[in-house]
Design a protein around this ligand. Structure first.
Ligand code: IPD
Ligand code: CA
Ligand code: CA
Ligand code: CA
Length: 268
């Protein structure tokens, strides 16, 4: 395993210790509302601190982009940046719904090279290194062999923070209820992407995500033989926040259907 990936795995396990302990007594957790339907708790922050401590100790010259503390690190522009979601699926976590994860990626000059998505409930560690394949607990994973959108199980997330795009989203959702084997909304985008990589979902789309939701999951998918893009079929999803992913055969069918509703971009 690449040394930086090893450190990322260690950091994810530290965060999981914090999260698992807190999950034993959900009533004790202090929660703040960032905006309607958008919560942050002291557990998100403590998990993030645990991750950052491990990464800083190993790589003091790397910069960090983390959901709760933003961009930190050396003043000078650095080659390497860690992109961290310490608890992806906070709403699930706060309700004791066991679908959430820790997501850690390392980008070099903006290109993601190492990825970890860890599900502490199932003890599933998804990892990938650029050019080295994707793994689940040390076993190689590949996207599914599904060929047709009609046969696909498709994951998504609701655009609850981008109300202006809800109608477009719902029109896509409606069409897909007729044109897929099923739709799922598990509630943790990084795990949804990891599930595409592992062949548990055949495709995924969501609007309005943040880089920390997607950075690790997108490398898992490309290293597992899948495709990931923005709405134009290009690679700006980390900045646009709009992402479409899937197996090589299902991906273009899903992208085309979505573009039929919104063209190749949504209003920002
Ligand atoms: C959220 C989850 C969810 C997605 C939201 C994200 P958070 O992340 O990934 O699945 O639909 O858009 O913000 O806030 O729980 O880390
Ligand atoms: Ca959040
Ligand atoms: Ca997230
Ligand atoms: Ca989060």
């Amino acid at each position: 395993m690449h040394p930086t990936l090893n450190i990322a795995v260690k950091a994810a396990r530290r965060a999981a210790t914090v999260i698992n302990r807190a999950s034993l007594d959900l009533d004790q957790i202090r929660v703040e509302v960032k905006s309607p339907n958008d919560f942050v708790s002291d557990v998100d922050r403590a998990a993030e601190d645990a991750i950052i401590q491990v990464l800083r100790e190993a790589y003091p010259s790397h910069s960090i982009l983390a959901e709760e503390s933003g961009e930190t690190g050396p003043e000078a522009e650095t080659e390497y940046q860690w992109i961290i979601d310490p608890l992806d699926g906070t709403t699930n976590f706060l309700h004791g719904f066991p679908q959430y994860a820790i997501s850690i990626a390392l980008a070099r000059r903006g290109v993601v090279e190492q990825a970890v998505v860890y599900d502490p409930n199932r003890n599933e560690m998804f990892t990938a290194s650029k050019g080295g394949g994707a793994f689940l607990n040390d076993r190689r994973i590949r996207v599914s062999k599904r060929l047709k959108l009609q046969d696909a199980l498709v994951g998504t997330g609701f655009p609850y923070r981008q109300f202006k795009n809800v109608d477009t989203y719902l029109a896509i959702f409606k069409e897909l209820t007729q044109k897929t084997a099923g739709l799922r909304r598990p509630g943790a985008a990084s795990l949804d992407l990891a599930y595409v990589a592992a062949g548990r979902l055949d495709a995924f789309w969501e609007f309005g995500l943040s880089p920390w939701d997607m950075a690790a999951g997108s490398l898992l998918i490309s290293e597992a033989g899948g495709l990931v893009s923005d709405l134009a079929g290009e690679s700006t999803y980390l900045t646009s926040g709009n992402v479409v992913a899937g197996t090589p055969k299902v991906f273009p069918q899903l992208l085309q259907l979505i573009q039929g509703h919104c063209g190749d971009k949504l209003p920002a």
